[in-house]
Design a protein around this ligand. Sequence first.
Ligand SMILES: NC(=O)c1ccc[n+]([C@@H]2O[C@H](COP(=O)([O-])OP(=O)(O)OC[C@H]3O[C@@H](n4cnc5c(N)ncnc54)[C@H](OP(=O)(O)O)[C@@H]3O)[C@@H](O)[C@H]2O)c1
Length: 372
Amino acid sequence: MVKEALKKLGSTVTESLEQLQITRIGVGPLKNDTVRASERWGRKGRRRREQRRREVTLLRGFPYEPHQRWWDRLAPRAVAVVTGANRGIGFEAACQLALHGLHVVLASRDAARGQEAAGRILAEVPDEADVSVESRQLDVADTASVEAFAAWAVETHGGIHVLVSALSSLSLYSCSHVVCVNFNKGADNSVEFAEQVIETNYYGTKRMIDAMIPLMNHSPYGARIVNVSSRLGRANGRRNRIGDASLRGQLLKDDCLSEQLIDEMITKFLEQVKQGTWSSNEWPQMYTDYSISKLAVNAYTRLMVRRLWDQPEGQKIYVNCFCPGWVKTAMTGWEGNISAEEGADTGVWLALLPQEPTTNGKFFAERCEISF
Ligand SMILES: NC(=O)c1ccc[n+]([C@@H]2O[C@H](COP(=O)([O-])OP(=O)(O)OC[C@H]3O[C@@H](n4cnc5c(N)ncnc54)[C@H](OP(=O)(O)O)[C@@H]3O)[C@@H](O)[C@H]2O)c1
């Protein structure tokens, strides 16, 4: 549409809208209202986010008051499981939860990398800090591994209080631990690894939630599940949304939302990928496979809240998700604009929120609620 509008104005437009180079013969560069409005909106959004980041940095400086520290009232210590915790945002979430005084189970797909990461936390904290961390192998894509983890958690700790799901199969960058190969960057939108991305990000998260819910310890303060998601997974995002309006509507309506609907969406997308018929008009336009996996995580977060709403007092489980922002980690090839420490903040804050006022089934970024 932008292209059409510009043509009407007598402009020549390069083929790529990415680079939108507009040259009006003999008159020089021209910007139409659409472009200007979009730029203004972008600048405003960036300023707002920057301001909010500064506020959150300040908030992070305030220690929790004793009356807020519900986890201190549990004996033995509250147990927090963090998946995908050997690096990136998961590692930082594990580190911050441990510093707040919870016992952290740092779950890692590779046992040695998990041990090394747990060792790093213990080595980095001040001597006087009473920090308790252990690592445990867990591959969320492997049902047997998840079952073994659950059996170990019950046997060792009797259950858990907090689950933070921070794993990610790489969509933006394919990363072996030696080199990072970027196969989906900027305007690229490869779906070559769609199955793996959705299997880890959505089905892995779901598998872990389903296995951990029966193990969530009962306490008057409730238990918490925090899913690391992304703004890219919004059903109705401004720049990235499900193109199929009917599906979008169903996903956003609590009455229509079901596990079957999520599965059908994924099956349809993966079928189209196999047949080479998928089109970004129907699906989220940016990083489509990754966005669908996060959309599914968001939808499952809401679904879980509905399933768990009638848990009796003392057995409540609060489930929320958040977007960490654009974070400098392996997933982004370290190209983000904030550190993993900052990126983990909203997740840690959600994991430690008090049970009153109740925060349940919501989506957050920079400690503020955002829309699904
Ligand atoms: N970085 C960003 O800008 C950004 C933005 C929005 C959302 N997020 C989300 O934030 C979360 C963390 O991402 P990150 O940026 O910290 O990425 P990261 O540094 O690449 O870390 C990803 C983690 O997931 C683990 N993982 C992958 N597959 C796994 C599996 N099958 N079982 C268990 N663990 C597995 C990885 O373990 P290995 O070391 O074994 O591979 C690694 O620990 C993800 O959910 C991501 O989608 C990130």
